[in-house]
Design a protein around this ligand. Structure first.
Ligand SMILES: Cc1cc2nc3c(=O)[nH]c(=O)nc-3n(C[C@H](O)[C@H](O)[C@H](O)COP(=O)(O)OP(=O)(O)OC[C@H]3O[C@@H](n4cnc5c(N)ncnc54)[C@H](O)[C@@H]3O)c2cc1C
Length: 365
């Protein structure tokens, strides 16, 4: 039912929410006399007509036979979603109109928006953050460096990473006591937009913030010193080693083994889609420590050095011009201090990591 019912409903809910946001953006733009206002109106109309039509179609299917009866209100939504957009004619023409208004200088008469209670201004701290990032790129980043910028891990530049750390422009959302900058979510959002605008919003940064938070919570003093402190100072980056050739969505079916070995552990197995492993120093790895326990138990998490003996990294290319990797671990030795969380309780550590990846806040970890 997740794939058939819940996922489409969640997708459509966010599309309807996005449509509402676009309407408010357009109204705010009218009130501000923004030159983009006319284009935003067309975009809001186009997006909402399309989202409404697909949402009611899915809603009818979800209700099954009852979707067709007049006893449930869903048929009324269906009627409105199909009829209202036609007041403007074919909704697809609105996207062309948006293009003309936004990029070809076509003017339109705008209504009076009155008092608008919604504001999209992110505030002074966000503005200062953006100015700081712009100044950083102006001062430190040359055209030569920009040539290698890429949206994937391949665009990672260790020199820029170090300079960003020195300028305290990494780990922006982390609390100050953890070594972060402690900026508000608004300022962080503005910062991400600014990095994006400069073409340097590298996945290595977000993954570092996620893994760093997991180490901070579950790691020993030794792994904090070797990995976390050096991430904070911009010297190392880390990959995520969850997926395997035979377990992706079903992540807790991981088979990559960690076996006790002297005072530490020995890692044997394969991880698939280990993005960034070819340039990273460590991988946050989910391993099976007890095959006799039920699937969700018997898992343990470790930081595994990628430059260690026994690690082999091979490229896997995607059609989106992005390199990821398959990584092989053959008797890789690691100390027990590189374990994150209790033995056989990797699900707890992993859940904290996934919560961050899904957009949760550090407070929940
Ligand atoms: C470019 C790229 C980079 C990646 N980077 C990383 C990384 O850095 N680290 C990492 O660990 N992983 C990474 N991944 C892996 C990614 O997280 C997995 O691809 C994802 O978890 C899906 O797993 P899978 O590919 O094995 O597909 P599957 O799990 O085999 O899924 C295939 C299809 O089956 C559906 N499905 C699966 N289970 C169910 C179910 N129970 N009910 C209904 N439908 C189901 C899925 O929704 C999907 O449509 C990356 C993947 C890509 C493509």
């Amino acid at each position: 039912t997740f794939q058939a019912i819940s996922h489409p409903m969640a997708d459509l809910l966010s599309e309807v929410d996005g449509g509402r946001l676009l309407v408010w953006r357009a109204i705010r733009a009218i009130a501000d006399g923004d030159a983009k206002a006319g284009g935003l109106i067309s975009l809001a109309g186009w997006w909402n007509a399309d989202a409404a039509a697909r949402t009611v179609a899915q809603a009818l299917h979800t209700f099954g036979g009852y979707g067709l009866t007049t006893e449930y209100d869903v048929h009324l939504y269906n009627l409105r979603a199909k009829a209202w957009p036609l007041v403007w004619g074919d909704p697809q023409l609105l996207i062309e109109e948006a293009g003309r208004r936004l990029y070809a200088g076509e003017a339109t008469v705008l209504p009076d928006a009155g008092d608008v209670p919604v504001d999209f201004d992110l505030g002074d701290e966000a503005r200062a953050m953006v100015a700081e990032i712009d100044a950083f790129f102006e001062k430190h980043v040359t055209d030569e460096m920009r040539k290698d910028f890429h949206y994937s891990w391949e665009g990672y530049n260790p020199r820029i990473n170090k300079m960003l750390a020195d300028a305290r422009l990494l780990f922006l959302g982390w609390p100050k006591e953890m070594g972060g900058r402690g900026v508000t979510p608004y300022a962080k959002l503005a910062a991400m937009d600014a990095f994006e605008r400069h073409g340097y919003n590298n996945p290595a940064h977000n993954v570092a913030a996620m893994i760093g938070a997991v180490i901070h919570r579950f790691g020993s003093d030794e792994v904090k010193r070797d990995v976390l402190d050096r991430m904070l100072s911009g010297e190392v980056i880390c990959s995520l080693g969850y997926s395997e050739p035979a377990s992706g969505s079903d992540v807790f079916a991981a088979q990559c083994k960690a076996t006790p070995d002297g005072n530490g552990w020995r890692i044997d197995g394969t991880k698939m889609f280990t993005s960034g492993a070819n340039i990273a120093d460590y991988v946050l790895m989910l391993t099976r420590t007890n095959p006799d326990l039920p699937k969700h138990k018997g898992l343990t998490m470790f930081m595994v050095p990628l430059k260690a003996e026994g690690v082999t990294i091979q490229p896997v290319h995607t059609f989106q011009d992005e390199r990821t990797n398959i990584t092989f671990y053959d008797g890789v030795k690691i100390p027990d201090s590189y374990r994150l969380g209790a033995v056989d309780e990797g699900v707890r550590t992993m859940s904290a990591g996934l919560e961050l990846e899904h957009g949760g806040s550090f407070a929940k970890v």
